[in-house]
Each structure stands twice: as structure tokens, then as C-alpha cells.
Write a protein of this length. Sequence first.
Length: 225
Amino acid sequence: MSVSTDLATPAPARRPAAAERVYAHVKQAVLDRRYEGGMLLTEGELAEAVGVSRTPVREGLLRLEVEGLIKLYPKKGALVLPVSAQEITDVVETRLLVEQHAVRKSSDPVRAGLIERLEELLEEQRAHADAGDLTAFAVSDRCFHAEIVRSTGNEILTRLYDQLRDRQLRMGVAMMHAQPDRIAKSIAEHAEIMEAVRAGDADAAADAVRRHVTWVRGLVHGDVR
């Protein structure tokens, strides 16, 4: 018996809804600093950039306002919110609580497969640094820390940490633009964290995480753009 064409041929992938495309476009541009803090985005410009009408632009922007990336101003547009000193302080505090616990748990005993994955991510970071791709480096940097949290096996903790993702990526790119020499230092500090985990030294691993995460506090003198 022959198979009907409808069953044999895979259905074409659906194009994301217009509002979803606007949301994804603006969010990515904010995270990689193509739309920087303080920039005013108009509905007309965004509609033209994404190829949609203004109605889905408003819907997409409303989602981003809820996430704290923009502030909507009726009849004017959307203001991209800068990374504030308070946001940096709050993220650092939350990361310390989660990551120091996670690295201790992952070091005693060392979780299977963790070191191999951290080594892969370090190689990625070196490649992105050599290529000068700050956005890709920030993603890999964030993945390094998320892998340690994930290795604890605590799904609630992992979901909590994942909520910081966008803020971490945005802050990471901003900091590397402000302090380009931090790229090499971050790689060295990641290697230090990894070696402490490999050695099963929970105290040394937690201390390395503390020093790595808290360096940014020295840069907090108002908004980081």
C-alpha cells in the first residue's frame, strides 16, 4: 500500500509569529549591544527592520518591558534600559549564592563528565577570544558556569539560575567592551575553577568562584553602558 503524500512529506517548519519575531529581534540586539542602553526604538523602524506591521511590534515590546529590558513610552517608542549599578549588584549577589553552593557540591565528589565539558567550553572561549567575537564569548562564559550548576542535579536550582541568563549575557558583553583585558583573565579564572573542581577541593573552587564573580563590583560607578 502506498503512503499518501501528506504522510510521507514532512510539513514545512512554521515561521514564528510576527510578535515573536519582533521579540526575538529586539532581545538579541539588546543582548549583543546593537541596541545599546539609552537608545530610543520607534515602532515604525522596528516594523520595517523585521518586516511586520506595527501591531505585532507593540506585542513584542510589551514582553520585553515585562522582562526589564526596555521601557515603553506611548507615541514615542521604547527606551532600551541601561544596565544599572543596582542590577549588577543584585546579579552578583545571586550568582554567589547559587554558584558557590553548586561548585562545592560538584567538587565533592567530582560529577561524572563535568571536567570534560568544562574543558570543551574553555576551548570554545579561547577560539571566540581569538576571533574577537564578544557575544559568542559571553554565551560560552555563561555556559561554563551554568554547566557547574546543572551538574548538581538540582533542577529547581538550575531553573532559578537560568532566569539570570539574559542579564548575565548583557552584562558580560558590556563588561568586555568596557574592560577588554578581562577576556584573557576570565579564561584564566575559569581554568582555575576547573582545576580546583578536578582536584576535588571544594574550598578552593568556591574561593575561585567568589573572586571571579565579584571582580565586577570594582567597576560599579553608575550605569555601565
